[in-house]
Ligand binder design. Sequence first.
Ligand SMILES: [Zn+2]
Length: 469
Amino acid sequence: MTGPTLIIENVHVAPVNGPEIESGYLRIEGDRIAEVAAGPAPEIPGATRIDGTGCLATPGLVNTHHHLYQWASQGLAQDATLFEWLVALYQVWAAMDAEVVAGAATAGLSWLALSGCTTSSDHHYIFPKGRGDLLAAEIEAARAVGLRFHPARGSMDRGESQGGLPPDDVVEELDEILTTTAEAVDAYHDPSPSSMLRVAVAPCSPFSASAELMTESAALARAKGVRLHTHLAETLDEEEHCREQFGLRPVDYMEKLGWLGPDVWFAHAVHLSDADLGKLAATGTGSAHCPSSNGRLGAGIARVSEMLRQGANVGLGVDGNASSELTPLAGEMRQALLLQRARYGPEALTARQALELATLGGARNLGREAELGTLEPGKLADLALWRIDGPFTEAKADPVCALVFGPPPPLARVLVGGRTVVADGELRTLAQDAAGRAGAEAHRRLLRLARERGVTAARQVRREDGVGA
Ligand SMILES: [Zn+2]
């Protein structure tokens, strides 16, 4: 006996790695799954029982790309390209402080929990001086919400004067980045199998991080035994930048810097050549597919269907709320399915493949496939219980189809390590309304701090061609 026993019974189980069970049960002991089986659950004295009638049990969803602070800067630069959007927002983000991050992360992580997410990464890459401990603020928010958290300590050292995209005053010095990143790993990274918190090393992108920062970050991550993350091949503008500045396509540039391998996952990976795709598959390099963000910024449609056929790992990401505008993680399964089918036809991605991207694919991106991403004995008890018997969903004969093809169904329960985080559609770890208000307050605070620095947050960017005036 390793802890209290919890039984979820009379439930349709989609374990992701094996056959589905139409009516069965899950037995959870402490923070682990002990049994997944068909038929009625046994009587176990002292066990807590949850009736899953009308529900679908899946592994908890894993979010593998995000920028939580961006909750505070939604709705800006609405019709911009990625580079225009970034240039419009860098100076707004430079005004953030730990209070903004705390509020944004509390709202953002609560929102994720309310869409079936049990583990989230976060890529935080702007650290304005004298604004408090931003990483500590989001880590505290994750503890309060109760999600498993993989913060990626991001960084930028290549400002405009070095040929980069961000203004010089929002980037950091290389030595300072390496020191603070190493300190973050030492302070927070927990490599244990039940870990609630693991840190990754994450220079922001080829157009904001120097080659030296990329190679030194890879050396640091590998010395510490942690993972590597960055943005890559998101837009054609980035590809052009890499060709002009480095004489290489983005994936070739990463290969040259030692950034391909099973310990690396890239955000986006939209614009891949056949050779690029082959390199990701051959090296075990993962990708976080962010369909809503790619759509919002008009970045393009990733070759997910082809990547899967070639054996490359793909997980899902909501990306920051300033580019995805409050997308629920469960909804990204549908977006992924629709975009792949729009590009390749109706057989490009099935509902079950989309569910696998959101669960096991995500767990692999984070190096947690031994502990997360499927429902099977021995794995951590991170799961989502979706209510699919509502008046508008029960007409679908297939519960996984109801989950992926339609809007996200209500959640009967979300468990993280056996602990209830959401029950009956409500957050149970924090007061839900207060968590949402914390995000709204972070938004007002960030815009006020930006105004005090003379920065106006624009709903549209101005272009010489007059578009988006
Ligand atoms: Zn991103």
